[in-house]
Design a protein around this ligand. Structure first.
Ligand SMILES: O=C(O)c1cc(=O)[nH]c(=O)n1[C@@H]1O[C@H](COP(=O)(O)O)[C@@H](O)[C@H]1O
Length: 237
């Protein structure tokens, strides 16, 4: 786990209700490592909504998964950098040239720059889904190809499912950041996630950050849900 953050849990504020998002932020900021702002929140409230959450001082993963030609992605990243997120991402399947251009723009920020992360294969996809899309091999094969491309382009790490963490640690080394959604406690509904694992197993395999949304934000007491997850983590986390 990165020592930069209080703990490895980043909770996704996946809501289009600003009051709810602010309530969640207030209760979660003292207990999480960071918050994630993604498509649902950002498309509803944009930069001003982002800034209201950022005012709490919590590290933010700005999860907009940019995916376009190199010039357009580089411009998009440039426009977002003034928000000063801790982490931002692009789709690794956008290609090495696109990721290199994005990396170049992020590097202009110097030491305080965000981590730039490549999304590999969405955790909602399994072997059957990718076979229908024409990909060769297993989900793990596909994730390894995309992670290798992200590493070649100089990205800081990737988003992958917990099921690929172990092999990516071997492939990509200990400094490469592995950001991992598809996290569920034993017996909990997977919802639309297909490649899942428990938080403690994901960390034992070598994940840096656990991205968790519905199991926390739908709980009657979201802060207590985070505390329960933290209590289940191995001590080194
Ligand atoms: O980039 C992501 O954060 C992401 C990538 C991925 O492959 N799968 C995935 O679930 N996510 C995000 O992680 C969060 C997981 O949400 P829950 O399934 O509710 O815990 C959502 O906000 C997704 O947008």
């Amino acid at each position: 786990m990165s020592k930069l953050f209080r703990n490895p849990i980043f909770c996704g504020l996946d809501t289009h209700d600003l009051d709810e998002a602010e309530r969640l932020a207030k209760t979660l900021v003292p207990v999480v490592g960071g918050l994630k702002i993604g498509l649902e929140f950002f498309y509803a409230f944009g930069r001003s909504g982002y800034e209201r959450i950022a005012e709490t001082g919590v590290p933010i993963f700005l999860d907009l998964k940019l995916h376009d030609i190199p010039n357009t992605v580089a411009g998009g990243i440039r426009s977002l950098l003034s928000l000063q997120p801790a982490i931002m991402n692009v789709h690794a399947s956008g290609g090495i040239e696109m990721m290199k251009r994005a990396r170049g723009v992020v590097e202009e920020e110097g030491d305080g720059r965000p981590w730039l992360i490549g999304v590999t294969l969405l955790t909602s996809l399994d072997a059957g889904d990718i076979a229908r899309l024409g990909a060769q091999g297993s989900p793990s094969d596909q994730v390894r190809r995309l992670a290798a491309a992200a590493q070649e382009a100089g990205l800081d790490g990737v988003v992958c499912s917990p099921q690929e963490v172990e092999v990516l640690r071997q492939d990509c080394g200990s400094d490469f950041k592995l950001i991992v959604p598809g996290i569920r406690m034993k017996g909990e509904s997977a919802d639309d996630q297909k490649r899942v694992m428990t938080p403690s197993d994901a960390l034992v395999h070598g994940a840096d950050i656990l991205v968790i949304s519905r199991p926390i934000i739908r709980a009657a007491d979201p802060a207590a849900a985070v505390e329960n997850i933290l209590a289940d983590l191995p001590p080194a986390a």
